[in-house]
Structures are given as structure tokens and as C-alpha cells.
Design a protein around this ligand. Sequence first.
Ligand code: GLN
Length: 462
Amino acid sequence: KSLAAIDSTQSSINAYTHVARESALAAAQQVDTDRKAGKTLVPLAGLPVAVKDVLCTNNMPTTCSSNMLRDFVPPYDATVVARLKAAGAIVMGKTNMDEFAMGASTETSAMGLTRNPWNPEYTPGGSSGGAAAAVAAGTVPLSIGTDTGGSIRQPAAFCGVTGLKPTYGRCSRYGLVAFASSLDQAGPMGWSVEDVAVAMQAMAGYDPADSTSVDHDVPDYRAVLASTDLRGIKIGVLRDSTNQDGVSDSVRKAVSDAEKVYRELGAEIVEISLEHSPYWVPTYYVIAPCEASSNLSRFDGAHYGFRAAEGARADSDLEGADEMGPLESMYRNSRAAGFGSEVKRRIIVGTYALSEGYYDAYYNQALKVRRLIRGDYDAAFTQADLLLGPVTPSPAFALGENKDDPIAMYLCDLFTVGANLAGVPAISLPAGQDESGLPVGIQLQAPVMEESRLLFAGNAFQ
Ligand code: GLN
């Protein structure tokens, strides 16, 4: 069924970069055989999942939607993928994304754009746009995305699905091709909060292969879904975000409607303001490119994937290009041809901010502001159990609308990057539609390691 749904939507939506037809069929047949033989099945036996193409999959391409990795087939699974497979899930394929997860619309992909299943003229968001669209189009009930600055939550909101960014360190990053290592987290996207809870159960937990993985018990996430009684819970509404200029009426209404729902469920509503939130986007857009410029230096034409010819390029106007040795010119040509323009922009910004003489003014300063941002969250969570606010300033935007305007694209991250900078978990929940029928989302944020609080309150809202 999942393969049939992929086949009937792939040409119009393009959610997938690779469909794992044979291995998925073989795995499904195995589940069938086991079931008929009366074997005890593992919890997720036969559950179809789609995996963002930034997570390594054994024997299956992992392209990061980049020409740089077009032919890269890793010899191992990322830990989160291995854990889902061990729990019985079947990987149906890899999903499209912004190149190296840099973007908010899936338009920077080298594998073509993905369309929003609700309206094909609109973007599905990004960077996990394919993973969100795969769920929204009904091809799988569950997909795995990654979130460095909002890439699970924003596409989930644009496509009307549920997306959880776990606490930094909650899910292993082993096998996740790094964009910004101190911000990246893998997490589930699904039709319902329950789907997301089930996936978290399999994915979360300590992994010695990731040095930033946290050794902390994984609670029973499904057990918290039994109650919808929010008496005794304090929800802090982020009024400053919602009231900001440029936030659309449909988003404002979704947040105030959610506030009413929570009040009716017994929660106490308080007002919270995160003092340094105006600095979230500027801080993120220093730290993330700095880390990206370092992480992406490994793609040099020698180690992975694509390699261009050595020697001067015919179209090169770079000073000194003719004097480069064969190795240096091979590096340069491979990176020039392998990376798209948004990736190059980030590498240039990051390299500049890390360079001698600028390091203290930009990178170090950003780290200090990051500390203040984390402090705001610590203070907020002494006054509230959860924070409620928007995911994005508006519902999905049209394809092409922000494509040539990086600043407009970066402003999509206005309400999401705080959770990554502070390392706290956050969930995006579907909260109705705007007047044109596009989905609108709301966001809940919780203290570190309190994913179960998000699932509990998210489920009660649904
Ligand atoms: N839109 C943000 C960016 O372009 C977030 C990306 C992400 O979370 N991977 O960096």
C-alpha cells in the first residue's frame, strides 16, 4: 500500500529521492511469513517509514540532496535508523530536503523541488520538506527528519503533520551527516502524536557512538497519552512572538484558539517573554554557518562522493587559479561544482566569522548570546511547564516566493531556532487551516528531556 501511494504521488509531489522498492517488499514479506508462522512480532513490525536523505542508510543512497553526494552509498545505518529497523519498521525510501539541510523550502535540493500535498503551488517547507510531504501525502504514517533550526517543525506545520524535535542529545546523531553539530537533532514526523510517541520509543536513548548522546532513561512515551487532564499544568504563552509584526492572522488565531483549548482542559495560562528572542535568528545565523563551514570541509573530492577533474577550470576567473597544483585545483573544482549556492553562502559566512580578527566579534559573541538565550529558557521553566507559541510567522509560502531572498528565507526560522540554541525539545502540532485551506501549526516547548510532557499536552490538544 505504501509503495502504491508513493507511486501515485511521486511524479506530482517528489517527496522521495530514492524508493527502496525491493528491500521494502522483502522486509514486508518477511513480516508476513513470521506472522503466519505464529512468531511474536517486534513492536513496529511492518510499519512503513521514510527517512530524510541526510541520515545514513546501509546499502541505500544518502545524497543530502546534493550533487556532492549524488553517488554516495554508506555501508552502515545511522543509529536512529538501525533502532527503528530493529523495532520492525520498514524503510520505504529516502526523502528530499534542502541541500545539506540548509533552507526552509526544499528548493535548494539538487534533486528537484518537492510540492506541498495540500496545494502543489506551495512549498512543503524545509529542510525536511520531503519527509513532511511523504507523511501528508499518505505514503507513510511516519518519517524521520532532522532539525537544526526548525527543519522538522516548520515543514510539519506547512504540511499539517506532527513533528517533534527532541532534546539535544536525546537521539543519537551517529550517521546523521552533520550540518551544525551543536544544534542538529533527528526526530519523528507523523500523522498523530501517538505515531510520534511510538517512533520516539524506538529512536531515543544513549548511544556510545555519539559523544554528545545523553545517558538518561527513556520513559514509556505511550503511557502519557492515556490522560488528557491538564489540571495543575502551567502553560506559558509567548505573547511577544504572537504579537510581532508580520505574523499572519491565521497563525495568531491558531495560538489563541489553542490557549482556549488548554484552558478548557484545566491548564493554567501564564504569560512568558523570552528576553533575548530578538537575537535568536542573528545568533543562529552565525553559529550554524560557522559549524557548517567546518563540517563541510570534509567534502573535498577525495573522501566522499563527487570528484571533479584537476587543473584550471575553463570558466574560472579566480586569481591564481592557473598556478594551483593538481590536488588543490581538484579540491576547488569539486567544491565549486558539487555544492549549490546556498551551501556556498553558508561556508563563506562561516569561514569569515571564524577567521582571525573576526572570531571574537562574531563567533565568540554569538556563543555568549547563546548562553543568555539558554538562561531565558531556564528562567521561563521556573514559571511554566510548557511554552506555547507559533511555529512560523505564516502558513506555507508559494514556490519561488522566497527563493532568491535569503533573508526572507531565514526569517522563517524566527520562532524555531530558540529551541535548538537552548537544546530544549519542541513539538509542532497541526492546528487547523487558514482561509485558503493551507494548514497552520502551533508549537509547544518543554525543558530538556521532557519530551513526554510535549507528547502528553500534544495528544490532549489533538
Ligand atoms: N531553515 C534553517 C536553516 O536554513 C533551519 C535548517 C534546519 O533546521 N536544518 O538553517
